[in-house]
Design a protein around this ligand. Sequence first.
Ligand SMILES: Cc1cc2nc3c(=O)[nH]c(=O)nc-3n(C[C@H](O)[C@H](O)[C@H](O)COP(=O)(O)O)c2cc1C
Length: 220
Amino acid sequence: MELFEAILTRSSKRDFEDRPVPKETIDKILSASLRAPSWANSQPWEIAVSTGKTSDIIKKEIYERASKDDPGCPDFPFPECWPEPQAKNMFESGKHRYEALCIGRDDTAKRLETVLSNYLFFGSQTAIFIYIDEKLTNWSILDCGIFIQNILLCAHAAGLGACPQAYLVRYPDVLRKTLELPESKKFLLGISIGFYKKDSIINNIETSRVKLNDAVRYYD
Ligand SMILES: Cc1cc2nc3c(=O)[nH]c(=O)nc-3n(C[C@H](O)[C@H](O)[C@H](O)COP(=O)(O)O)c2cc1C
């Protein structure tokens, strides 16, 4: 797949088939992704791939916590409020998604179900978790963002779907315990990855972007 095409056609997928991704495919995606640039080639990312029983344990524990409305304690706190331009983008995006899914504003049960599906990896058996050492700075988080986009694009090019999810790292204590990692490892993001259901409405919702001229200023 040509690079521009990959970038222009990738989208987050949120409805997966219940079957495993071959390890060779994950290895191929991650080996290519590891070519990401980073500050002085520091390569700050650490990666845990969860499948099988490990995924079952994580899903059970984080789903239970989320169902009880436990806010968790993310290593990188979730923003509580957003400035106006971003708040507007997020509001419009959410509105578009729920309209496409025919879920009304007052349908709290359906809305909750949609949110909770995050914690079940959207039905996938596999998730990739990205974490970093606590001694690292914001520059390393920037490096990880670049690395994560590589994963999303390579997954797409390999015919898989993926969704980057802050929600998957809402309960980092569960992740550290299950993955046997020390307190010094801090979770940035989880990515559900797998074979996605091609005809599912949620997998075919197009997200919009701010127009080029509103996003960019050119200086001569
Ligand atoms: C840092 C980050 C965190 C995200 N967290 C979630 C999440 O917890 N749940 C979710 O469904 N999508 C999550 N997303 C996906 C975004 O909602 C999605 O990328 C955005 O709406 C644009 O849609 P697209 O990926 O289909 O282009 C996250 C994306 C990023 C980059």
